[in-house]
Design a protein around this ligand. Sequence first.
Ligand code: SF4
Length: 360
Amino acid sequence: MAYGDALGLDEATARDTAHVWDKVKGRVTPLEWRLQAPLIAEINRLKRQAGAVILAHNYMTPEIFHGVGDYVGDSLGLAKEAARSDAKIIVQAGVHFMAETSKILSPEKTVLIPDLRAGCSLASSITGADVRLIKARRPGLPVVTYVNTTADVKAETDICCTSANAVQVVEWAAREWGVDRVILIPDEYLARNVAAQTTVGIIAWKGRCEVHERFTAQDIADMREAYPGAEILAHPECPEEVLAASDFAGSTAAMSDYVATKKPKQVVLITECSMASNVAGDVPGVEFIGPCNLCPHMKRITLENIRDCLVNRQFEVTVPEDIAARARQAVQRMVDLPPPPIPARYDLVRARHHVDVELI
Ligand code: SF4
């Protein structure tokens, strides 16, 4: 029986969504798909009419990631795409700091987020006033800020980074400023994992990603016992002992790259839950095994509110121009650095030197 008939879809919806079903059918049930497929077809029609593009983060659910995302990827990739795109309207299928970053890089475009409450525990762990205090206590040191921060914080920053380029950015900043120590905020675990890859000393802040901080070395040991053949890949926002117990550590882009090129038989991705579902759609034959943790902020974005966002042009994200101008300089410096030769990985063998981190 044809795909549309088997799932009870009308002919036009079936035609417009068959290619998406091929990617998500292992992760989405036919019952869910009967509701999702018409929404996907409607969103894709609305965005064409509006001249909009949808930037979808790797942590979106598979029906969003594969169904309506024009560009998909990690924070760095999406920020670059926002600047490159000719579209007048950008819909950020991600969290609020990502929409702000798009607006900072593309002030002439309308940037919409489907739910204004889509926040981030890292972004809310620090304010611009906190960064001013840090700079007063450590004058003369460059401030490198993870892109998971508000515009206000980026405006106090010398250069931004993501987990895909953090080591490269820290080493660049130390060279440019002629110092042996760099302020890297706000994720404490990312800072510690970066410090393990470089001889540059790191001054860190006690911010945490509420998704990645929950993973423990015991989780990894339990997975190894239950699935002895599985390869375990961890994100650098996890604690150091989780990375040390894993087979590979890297950004979401590096994890995708690893799975796509090595095609392990069984793999565990120690990161947000939807990442495995999305990568699975692109690499059939690899078995993805839990555990995973959901990001409650990312999960605020749904097909329904993306549709409403396009219909009602809501919710627009703006950044005051004086803040945007300073934040833009920090983001643009990062974007202008040459891309790392391979998606950043956190080499667990190189990490055995003295690690110099001071919490502020
Ligand atoms: S996964 Fe962590 S860093 Fe990403 S948005 Fe959620 S809380 Fe923030």
